[in-house]
Design a protein around this ligand. Structure first.
Ligand code: E4P
Length: 222
């Protein structure tokens, strides 16, 4: 499973990229606003840090302007994935850009029918928002299961990857991984939670303490 980080914070991206475990980045207009940075310059900077896909979202909602914005964003770097909303115009832009070899991430997906349309429009990624569905009392993970079932039923024709978005906690991620979802985009805080377990901390403290009792050092040993 590929791990993307869902943030516009370049310091976080650099830190997580240094782990060697980061496969890509997603941003959205909210995250860009939170960063306080110039959008195009920030995307260019992120694309230098991370080799994998970096999602940059269009701002317009009509076909003609979204297409021009998408073409401009795609020129920033080879690894830009243009993010478009799951609307009729957004999917037209998806088809036009993907036909020209541009990676496209279709965002704001909340139903299996929408995911099927995005696949037909040639999306590189479909982004179903699990946390936001949970927030309104629907089972976000059930949507991932439905989309995975549909996509895997057409292995020869559907190449779109399921990019699980709006992840709120590690349980979302584990459930998505069990279903074979291709990618998860994860907030930095949740990525850090993945490492944590109290028994790891407790066990390590005991090992450090017991090792000190030996009076030895590995690096100085002959
Ligand atoms: C994905 O591309 C979105 O940026 C993101 O996952 C949305 O998450 P949120 O529901 O926590 O805002």
């Amino acid at each position: 499973m590929k791990f993307f980080v869902d943030t516009g914070d370049i310091a976080e991206i650099k830190d997580l990229a240094s782990t060697g475990l980061l496969d890509g980045v997603t941003t959205n207009p909210t995250l860009i606003a939170q960063s306080g940075k110039n959008f195009l310059k920030l995307i260019a900077e992120i694309c230098e840090v991370v080799q994998g896909p970096v999602s940059a979202e269009v701002a317009a909602t009509d076909y003609a302007t979204m297409l021009k914005e998408g073409q401009k964003l795609a020129k920033i770097a080879k690894n830009v994935a243009v993010k478009v909303p799951l609307t009729p115009d957004g999917l037209k832009v998806c088809k036009a850009l993907s036909d020209n070899g541009t990676q496209v991430n279709v965002t704001l997906c909340f139903s299996a029918a929408q995911a099927l349309l995005a696949a037909k429009a040639g999306a590189t990624f479909i982004s179903p928002f699990v946390g936001r569905l949970d927030d309104v009392g629907q089972d976000g993970m059930l949507l991932i299961k439905e989309i995975m079932d549909i996509y895997t039923a057409y292995p020869k024709t559907i190449k779109t990857e399921v990019l699980v978005a709006s992840i709120r906690h590690p349980i979302h991620l584990i459930a998505a991984a069990k279903m074979g979802a291709h990618v998860a985009t994860i907030p930095p805080k949740v990525i850090r939670q993945l490492y944590a377990h109290p028994l790891t901390d407790k066990g390590l403290a005991a090992f450090v303490s017991d090792w000190q009792k030996t009076g030895q050092t590995i690096l100085d040993a002959a």
